[in-house]
Design a protein around this ligand. Structure first.
Ligand code: SAH
Ligand code: SF4
Length: 400
C-alpha cells in the first residue's frame, strides 16, 4: 500500500500508521486519536485529551487535512462539489468529491406502506487522482491516471464534508446557501463513485471501507463501491464480509460492444464479471447493482434492452440484480449524448417488464460538472481531446 505520501508520513487512518505515529505512547493513545479522527476532528490542536507536546508532534507528523480549494453549488443547494487539494508539496493532487443532499419526504410518523423517507446526505468520493481505465465516455478516464490516493486522503473526503455539514468550519464554507430543510447535518451514505477505479486501488479501498464502517460508524448498507468489474477486487471485497452495496458498471449487453466502452472487459469479460457478481451475492446475501450509462445511438436500442434483460436473466438468480440506468452526462470532447427521455423510459420498460428492478438515475450537479463521470478536478485534459485509444473505440462503435 505504499504511496508517495504514506512513505513520508504515516497515515493515521490505518491501524499500522496509527501504531507508527504513536509508537512511543501508551496503547490507549491510539484509541484516543482514532476516536477524534472518527468524529472528524483531524487537527491535533483540537485533540484536547492529549498532552501539548504530543499535539505539537502530531501536528508535524500527521498528513494535513485536505484543503478546500473551491465549492460549487447546484440543484438549489442540494448538490455541492468540493475541490480538494490532497497531499504535501511534491505529491499534492486536486481531487473532487460531491455532496448530495436528499431532504426527508412524506409523513415520517410512517404508517405501513407509507413512502416516507428519512433525509440523507450522501458523499461521492474518489479513490484515485484520475483513472487508468480509459472508458471513452468518462471525463475522468480522458484525464488519465495521476496517482493513487491514500486511505487518509480517501476517507478525509468524508470527514471534510462531515465538518462542513456540522458547520464546524464556520458558516459559508459549504457554499453560500445554508442547509436546506429536512436534510441531516451529518453524512449518512458514502458512494465510491468519484474519480478513479476503487478496485484498482484495492488495499486502500478495502481499508477505507473498514474505517467508514468501523470507527466512522456507517452501516455497511449505506456504503456503495462502484467498479468497472475488476474480478480479483470483487472477490476481495466479498471477503470483507460486510454487506456493502456492490455496483458493477456494465454499459453494454455483449462483450463486443463492452470491449470498446469498457476496455477492462478485454481482461475480464462478461461471463467472468457475472461469476464474480454471483460470488458476491452468495457471500454477502446482497443484491448487486448494475450501472448502465445510456448513450444515444450506442447502447440503447430496444434490441439491446432485450439482450441486457436476457444477459441478466441468464447470469443472475431472479430478483438478485438491480439496474441503475445513468443518462450519459456531457464529457468534454466526447461526441455522445443521452437518448431522449421517452427512449430512456422505453429502455427501462423492457427491463421492468422482464421482472428486473430498474431505476433511471436522476443526475445531480450536471451544470457544475459534478454528475457521474464528470469529475476531473482542474486537470488540463490534453487541450480537451479524447485519449487516442478512446477515439479508436468511438470510431469502431460508429462503424458498427
Ligand atoms: N470507476 C468506477 C467508479 C467511478 S465512475 C466505475 O466506473 O464504476 C461512477 C459511475 O459513473 C460509473 O458507473 C461510470 O460508468 C459512470 N460514468 C462515467 N462517465 C459517465 C458519463 N459521462 N455519464 C454518465 N455516467 C458516467
Ligand atoms: Fe475510470 Fe470509472 Fe471513468 Fe471508467 S468510468 S474511466 S473506470 S472512473
Amino acid at each position: 500500500m505504499a504511496t508517495h505520501t504514506e512513505s513520508v508520513q504515516p497515515d493515521p487512518y490505518t491501524p499500522d500508521g496509527l501504531a507508527q505515529l504513536l509508537a512511543d505512547e501508551p496503547a490507549y493513545r491510539r484509541d484516543q486519536v482514532a476516536e477524534w479522527l472518527a468524529k472528524g476532528i483531524d487537527d491535533p490542536a483540537e485533540m484536547t485529551n492529549l498532552s501539548k507536546d504530543l499535539r505539537a508532534r502530531l501536528a508535524e507528523q500527521m498528513p494535513a487535512r485536505p484543503r478546500v480549494l473551491k465549492v460549487s453549488e447546484s440543484d438549489g443547494g442540494l448538490t455541492r462539489k468540493v475541490l480538494l487539494e490532497c497531499g504535501t508539496a511534491g505529491a499534492a493532487e486536486a481531487v473532487e468529491s460531491v455532496l448530495m443532499l436528499y431532504p426527508a419526504t412524506g409523513d415520517r410518523s410512517a404508517r405501513a406502506g407509507s413512502t416516507a423517507r428519512a433525509g440523507r446526505a450522501t458523499v461521492c468520493i474518489s479513490t484515485q487522482a484520475g483513472c487508468a481505465m480509459g472508458c471513452p465516455f468518462c471525463a475522468t478516464g480522458q484525464a488519465g491516471f495521476r496517482r493513487q490516493l491514500t486511505v487518509g486522503e480517501t476517507v478525509r473526503q468524508v470527514t471534510v464534508m462531515q465538518r462542513l455539514l456540522a458547520g464546524s468550519d464556520g458558516a459559508g464554507e459549504l457554499g453560500s446557501a445554508g442547509l436546506p430543510d429536512g436534510v441531516p447535518d451529518y453524512v449518512t451514505n458514502v458512494v465510491f463513485m468519484g474519480m478513479g477505479e476503487p478496485l484498482a486501488n484495492l488495499d486502500v479501498t478495502l481499508e477505507a471501507v473498514r474505517w467508514l464502517h468501523g470507527p466512522f460508524g456507517l452501516s455497511a448498507r449505506s456504503i456503495t463501491v462502484s467498479t468497472i468489474g475488476l474480478v480479483p477486487g470483487i472477490v476481495k471485497l466479498a471477503e470483507l464480509d460486510l454487506p456493502i452495496t456492490l455496483a458493477i458498471s456494465l454499459h453494454a449487453p455483449d462483450d463486443d460492444l463492452r470491449d470498446d466502452l469498457v476496455p477492462a472487459n478485454r481482461q475480464h469479460p462478461l461471463a467472468e464479471v457475472f461469476g464474480a457478481a454471483r460470488h458476491y451475492l452468495q457471500s454477502t446475501g446482497r443484491r448487486v447493482s448494475f450501472e448502465y450509462v445510456m448513450i444515444d445511438g450506442v447502447n440503447t436500442t430496444l434490441e439491446q434492452a432485450a439482450s441486457l434483460r436476457q444477459l441478466l436473466a441468464t447470469h443472475m438468480p431472479s430478483g438478485s440484480a438491480h439496474v441503475n440506468l445513468i443518462p450519459m452526462n456531457p464529457t468534454p470532447a466526447v461526441p455522445w449524448t443521452a437518448p431522449s427521455i421517452s427512449d430512456q423510459r422505453a429502455f427501462a420498460r423492457v427491463l421492468d417488464d422482464g421482472g428486473i428492478s430498474t431505476t433511471i438515475r436522476a443526475n445531480r450537479g450536471n451544470d457544475i460538472d459534478a454528475a457521474c463521470g464528470q469529475l476531473y478536478a482542474n486537470y488540463q485534459m490534453a487541450s480537451g481531446r479524447m485519449l487516442p485509444a478512446a477515439v479508436g473505440a468511438a470510431d469502431r462503435i460508429a462503424q458498427r
